[in-house]
Design a protein around this ligand. Structure first.
Ligand SMILES: [Zn+2]
Ligand SMILES: [Zn+2]
Length: 242
């Protein structure tokens, strides 16, 4: 099963995946489409990180950079001038494309996601619509691009689905604290377990709101402390220790 897989490495201060589970799935990230509507075997051209820079730096007027990730991902890091669809899950992506087809008519569209997995389907979907002049995706996604160009066209942090939540790319901070709107990109989940909202919160507001997302949630857990969520296992991104 693992032959031909492009394994990607990145570092953490502690166990970022405390439990290892290996599952055999039809799809790694669910797009909820039949194969023929977004056939990964007909997926468009992959550009290497170097080719991505060549394309962006040549500043073609018809170039659109399209983020295929969810809103909470691009909120803390994205390519400069990218279109960032306000979607909550990848299943909403095809509908976004259908609703905005005119925007992509006769354009060169450079699509990207975290590690290039989602784009195998998302870019194939765009290509199959037949409106764009050219569709590209990034070989290995943001992960491979920032390995080569940490100070390149991707700014901020790369959202990841493990205990680290984000990996640092450069010093830019794109996100904002939900409560006070200060520039910040530290995600947490509301301490009120039934709420569990995933949101950006600065250290000041974490203290003021006891880790909650709102005054309402602060009140809930002060009257019912048993409703507090357990502390998360913490692991931070670290640069290559070698
Ligand atoms: Zn704040
Ligand atoms: Zn809450």
């Amino acid at each position: 099963y693992f032959s031909g897989i492009d394994f990607k490495h990145s570092y953490a201060s502690g166990p970022a995946f405390p439990k290892l589970r290996v599952l055999l799935r039809d799809e790694i990230v669910n797009i909820s489409l039949p194969t023929e509507k977004a056939d990964p075997k007909k997926t468009p051209k992959h550009l290497t990180p170097e080719e991505v820079n060549q394309l962006i730096d040549s500043k073609p007027e018809d170039l659109i950079i399209l983020d295929t990730r969810n809103d909470y991902e691009w909120e803390v890091g994205a390519f400069e001038d990218a279109i960032k669809p306000p979607i909550k899950t990848f299943r909403e992506f095809p509908e976004y494309v259908d609703d905005h087809l005119d925007d992509y008519k006769d354009k060169q569209v450079l699509m990207y996601c975290t590690g290039g997995i989602r784009c195998e389907r998302a870019a194939a979907y765009m290509e199959a619509k037949g409106v764009a002049k050219k569709v590209y995706q990034i070989e290995g996604g943001i992960h491979r691009y920032i390995e080569k160009f940490p100070e390149g066209h991707f700014r901020g942090k790369n959202y990841v689905f493990d205990a680290r939540i984000v990996t640092k790319v450069n010093d830019d901070i794109l996100g904002h604290c939900l409560i006070c709107n200060e520039a910040n990109d530290d995600y947490t989940n509301c301490m009120n377990a039934p709420c569990n909202k995933h949101f950006i919160c600065c250290p000041n507001c974490i203290e003021k709101f006891n880790g909650c997302c709102s005054k309402e949630c602060v009140e809930v857990i002060s009257s019912r402390p048993e409703q507090k969520r357990p502390e998360f296992l913490k692991a931070d991104y670290i640069e290559n220790p070698k």
